[in-house]
Write a protein of this length. Structure first.
Length: 160
């Protein structure tokens, strides 16, 4: 009788633990990442400005003598397994002077942790390489792939 009682309590405890486990795909909602906060990463940012100059003058960025203009260029939205990734590059003098993440996966706390770590590394790599030929950040493979895809689209839009 004692064995049956121990077995039953162990089984119930295991089931409670199993069903209370929160996976990385279960978003808590309402929280925002420090990377994506305040960047206007909603649907209106994505398609309306993709691949176009969004500089302060609103003029065409391709008017420079070298064929590469100054301004800000948005990459396409890369749909990844964990959510959309989109970057914006700032070009000056034919060089990438800044890379900003407009959208990164932030559906749950783990995504936010990963991207808070990975996005600054990806940014520094892109600025150093001046291209989309950058290394994948360990632990953020999906975000790194999406970042490279969007970065390449922005570079193509800037004609670099």
């Amino acid at each position: 009788m004692r064995r049956i009682t121990v077995w039953l309590l162990s089984t119930v405890a295991a089931l409670v633990l199993l069903f209370s486990y929160k996976t990385s795909t279960m978003g808590v909602g309402g929280e925002s990442s420090a990377i994506a906060a305040g960047t206007g990463g909603d649907a209106s940012t994505g398609s309306s400005t993709t691949g176009t100059d969004t500089g302060p003058s609103g003029t065409d960025a391709g008017t420079g003598s070298s064929g590469t203009g100054a301004g800000r260029y948005d990459g396409s939205v890369a749909q990844t397994r964990w959510g959309p990734v989109q970057v914006r590059i700032t070009v000056s003098g034919g060089k990438i002077t800044d890379v900003t993440a407009l959208q990164v996966p932030d559906g749950n706390h783990r995504d936010q942790q990963i991207n808070d770590y990975a996005v600054p590394i990806l940014r520094q790599s892109a600025l150093a390489a001046q291209s989309a030929d950058i290394d994948t950040v360990s632990g953020a493979t999906v975000t790194s792939d999406g970042y490279r895809e969007s970065l390449q689209a922005a570079i193509d839009a800037a004609h670099l």
